[in-house]
Design a protein around this ligand. Structure first.
Ligand code: IVH
Length: 735
């Protein structure tokens, strides 16, 4: 049904208002309405679009929360190389750059002596001033391409020649306009702005705080977090709160700007955020003054900076100087040294995160550093503690990475007290006393695999040549310094139990939707569940359940029934639900289908587990460890007792006569299907041996296109990939 004209009018008006308020907020930093008012406009538009889907346009503000997960990123060539910048920490080098730059103009033209500037007067007409200075933001470089005012491509720097196409992810970033502003200027046919995408400190601290609570590795600085989140395969998981400043030209029409200052002004008028802390100067002295001022003010900004970038303002001058293979000659970054402080390491404590990870944390004599007092720092893992050779009582050097997170850099052994004790790592979980599992650097493990292969190859070769094999030196044995993590593997560990149970009951695992997070907390608070097995005994505790708040008869029935219904889900889902390190949904399915039952999995040795295609040695080892640990055996016994199905139909193997037409096929689903939900069909096809992925690429074998399929269908057509509609699918499905 197409929308009546007053409705499409209203939608257009809402879109334009939302774009405007977005710009006022992110680009002009002058919001006119509250966040709530903004949300209410957004919701109104969402409601209209839900009612009349034909109102949805690609760059509607409602389309920010991106499409589906993608399998990998497509790379694309940059319009011109994305270079890096020459850095310096010293005034002398900065001066040398300035003089060199000036001299290169002096060779071709006369020096403008009266202006006190080192640059030629011939350029004075187009060059209002000589250098333009900007904060150097510690973020991730991003090239944005707009065509006819619409955002069409976002590329990372990549290797400088080509970058990853992260357009879908970038579209979720509210600070980046989906369409350029038309009120003050007309967008050119095409415009490529390069700039920095970054995460403000507050958002970074908050995200890391959540990660710490979840027992996940912390991001060392906002830049790593930004880079990590932009490479998310699922656009919906791109962290909100990212910001962007344009700081340079990519491919632009020749008449767009004659200087960098003009470029910034133009793109700002078109709605792209640019850094207000930008200054144009005409001497090194002025530049130095700006740098000294900025060194103070930068701590008050809500994003991390690590220096000031100095650029020739005039494009003619820039182009004349050109670039080396690595960096432009017309620009240099003056970097600030990271701030450091000395203090004393008082203790190392161990914390158990929600995933079971045990993390060492340093407590130090409080010391002021870059605006705050530092008392604690994560030491990441015990290998790190040993590699740094830290002792309790050591004087240590601390630094704030990305100006935010304190890090212990190294001890000062010359100040070490004679009796400073070596730190210890717990062998048992501080919460539940289960023996911990240690993970070592996977690269070191690979060294051993490579070694093994070399030995084999040499043996074969020597046999052929009828000689004895040459000795190949083995890698250094794996030792304590290679440790990268320590885990408590106990699914019932109280430090982690609720999280693990939430995961176990989750949609893709046991799918017990009556057992949501709230209910789990309620049951755990009331002391009714302590182990995974306890949930299957809840039916024996009807009275206690009824005594709980918001638990009427009907709800208790539903709860007990819901849990009962989950018992036959099968081994793949059980394994995926047990939070075994490295064993996710996919590998759980592979294991379950290959071995058919928990017994055969438990009987299998490490090589059997490893021999499965797509299963690596680390995953195999992890499952093996779990199945043979006390904690693992215990939870499995409980599930067995409860009558949970621990078997799985075996997948037909390649050579079997049962082999399905979907075996080993990479399939993409798109559009709306009548007979299945996406998840159902995915599970079905996977059980038939297919791999179901989120995006169409040259590797796709088959696209299944339902109603109103869009860009994936178009792409599959261009790539000449086999396409089926739902009918063709139904004809080919067994049974
Ligand atoms: S101009 C040829 N301006 O620093 C490169 N870069 O270390 C011209 N950066 O990859 C870049 N703030 O991502 C420029 N105000 C700024 C910047 C900036 C941060 C980044 C940029 C570049 C990296 C080089």
């Amino acid at each position: 049904m197409s929308a009546p004209s007053e409705i499409s009018h209203r939608a257009a008006e809402l879109r334009s208002q939302l774009h405007r308020h977005n710009r006022l907020y992110y680009t002009d930093a002058k919001p006119e309405i509250t966040d709530q008012a903004f949300d209410s406009l957004l919701r109104e538009l969402q409601a209209l679009e839900a009612q009349y889907p034909d109102l949805v346009v690609a760059d509607s503000p409602t389309q920010r929360v991106g499409g589906e997960p993608i399998e990998g990123f497509v790379t694309a060539a940059h319009s011109s190389p994305m270079l890096s910048i020459d850095n310096t920490y010293s005034f002398e080098e900065l001066q040398a750059w300035y003089n060199r730059t000036a001299k290169s103009f002096a060779d071709t033209q006369t020096i403008d002596s009266n202006a006190g500037s080192l640059f030629p007067s011939a350029d004075a007409v187009t060059c209002e001033a000589r250098l333009i200075l900007e904060p150097k933001i510690d973020g991730v470089a991003l090239a944005l391409r707009y065509e006819k005012g619409h955002l069409v491509q976002a590329l990372t720097r990549g290797d400088g020649q080509k970058g990853d196409d992260i357009t879908q992810n970038v579209k979720t970033v509210a600070a980046i306009p989906l369409q350029l502003e038309t009120r003050e200027a007309t967008p050119p046919d095409f415009l490529e702005a390069r700039g920095e995408i970054y995460m403000p400190r507050a958002a970074f601290v908050e995200l890391n705080r959540q990660r710490e609570a979840d027992g996940l590795d912390l991001f060392a600085n906002p830049r790593n977090l930004t880079a990590g989140t932009l490479k998310q395969k699922d656009p919906r998981k791109v962290a909100s709160g990212l910001r962007y400043y344009a700081h340079g030209r990519g491919e632009i029409p020749p008449s767009f700007a004659a200087t960098h200052g003009q470029f910034l002004e133009q793109v700002r008028r078109l709605g792209l955020p640019t850094n207000p802390h930008t200054r144009i100067v005409s001497s090194l002295k002025e530049a130095w003054r700006f740098i000294s001022e900025f060194e103070q003010t930068r701590h008050t900004l809500d994003y991390a900076t690590d220096g000031v970038v100095l650029k020739l303002n005039d494009y003619i001058q820039q182009d004349r100087l050109g670039h080396t293979s690595k960096s432009p000659r017309w620009c240099i970054a003056y970097k600030f040294a990271a701030e450091q402080a000395h203090t004393t390491l008082l203790a190392i404590e161990w914390q158990v995160g929600k995933t079971g990870k045990l993390t060492p944390r340093a407590t130090m004599e409080p010391v002021p550093l870059a605006g705050t007092t530092v008392t604690h720092a994560s030491l990441h893992n015990f290998g790190e503690v040993l590699r740094k050779d830290l002792r309790i009582g050591d004087k240590v050097v601390v630094e704030k990475a990305g100006e935010i997170i304190p890090q212990v850099l190294h001890p000062l052994p010359e100040h070490r007290p004679a009796d400073a004790p070596r730190p210890h790592a717990p062998d048992r979980c501080p919460r539940c006393d289960t023996a911990v599992q240690i993970e070592n650097d996977s690269r070191r493990l690979q060294e051993f695999e490579v070694y093994q292969r070399k030995v084999e190859r040499e043996k074969t070769k020597a046999e052929k040549e009828n000689r004895s094999p040459a000795a190949i030196p083995p890698p250094e044995p794996i030792g304590p310094l290679d440790e990268t993590a320590r885990y408590c593997p106990n699914p019932d560990c109280p430090a982690q139990f609720r999280e693990r149970l939430t995961h176990f009951a989750g949609r893709h695992q046991m799918d017990i939707d009556v057992l949501g997070e709230k209910t789990i907390h309620q049951l755990a608070d009331a002391g009714l569940i302590h182990t995974l097995g306890d949930i299957f005994r809840l039916h024996e505790k009807r009275e206690e359940l009824l005594a709980l708040e918001r638990m009427a008869d009907k709800k208790v029935d539903n709860l007990i029934q819901g849990i009962e219904d989950a018992k036959p889900r099968g081994l793949a889902r059980v394994l995926a639900g047990l939070t075994i390190r490295h064993v996710g949904r996919n590998s759980a399915r592979l294991f379950a289908q290959a071995f058919g039952s928990l017994e055969s999995l438990t009987d299998a040795n490490l090589e059997d587990l490893h021999s499965l295609e797509d299963i690596g040695p680390i995953t195999a080892q992890s499952l093996h460890d779990f199945l043979h640990s006390d904690a693992g055996r215990h939870v499995i016994e409980e599930l067995k007792q409860a009558g949970v199905d621990l078997t799985e139909p075996r997948a037909p193997s390649d050579s079997s006569p049962l082999s399905s037409p979907f075996q080993n096929q990479t399939i993409v689903l798109t559009g709306t299907l009548e007979h299945f939900t996406r998840d159902e069909l995915k599970t079905k096809l996977e059980s038939l041996g297919a791999k179901v992925t989120g995006s169409v690429s040259a590797k796709t074998h088959l696209l299944i296109a339902g109603e109103s399929a869009g860009s994936k269908l178009a792409k599959a057509k261009t790539l000449g990939i086999k396409i089926w509609d739902e009918n063709q699918l139904l004809q080919n499905l067994p049974g």
